[in-house]
Design a protein around this ligand. Sequence first.
Ligand code: 13P
Length: 265
Amino acid sequence: MSGSTIVPWVIGNWKMNPAWASSQQWIEQFKQHLQQSPILEQQCHLAVAPTAIALNRVQVQLDNAPRTVHTVAQDVSRFSGTGAFTGEISATLLADSQIGYVLIGHSERRELLGDTPDVLKAKITQALAEGLTVIYCVGETLEQREQGVAEQVVLQQICDVATVISEQHWQNQMIIAYEPIWAIGTGKTASAQDAQAMHEKIRAGLAQLSPAGQQVAILYGGSVKPENAQELAACPDINGALVGGASLNAESFYQIAQAFAANQS
Ligand code: 13P
């Protein structure tokens, strides 16, 4: 089933980058690109995920961009509200700062920072309760792909958290990002065919969980760059990109967004 009626999302995940001066420069360059050659809202949603320390400053600087560019938190606490949780940022506080989006389940957090399925479930619960939109990341390791269990692993990662996601949440507050771990930061991209095949399986899995699953945006992430964006954008079930390395360059990120937007016009 094609998801091509879904407006794509192109989201830059800046990870633990960059220093503030470079962010400022990036934003000014990106605004200029949007000014010179606009990307319409109905063609593509745009967003960046800076470090927590820069979130609000980036948001303020993007306020006067020629169009909406959302700001996304890279993580959220599994604890709610306010209180004695040193170093944590709750969904309550993100919402309070008008941050409406959050990445949850990125493989770097699963592999390096102890985000187990139970932790992810708690984080999603908090984020959804505060009205945030969750970009839930899934993806298999190279070993799992070679063993032929990639699809099973990815669908299980969705099932792990599905019990806390209602029909309404699927409809309004959920985005999935498929990021094969072996393609992250390696320069290796899943071929458009392999990515599309997995996205189709994910869509079928989502449709089983909820009728709204058909309309959930499923983004691809893993060495997306201007050179491969067009081919990925042309796939019916790839509804955008979660971009790491190439998003640190304003022009590359803009070109990737253009590729997805062009596919909608
Ligand atoms: P790269 O685009 O650098 O491979 O990173 C992908 C990613 O992890 C985005 O979340």
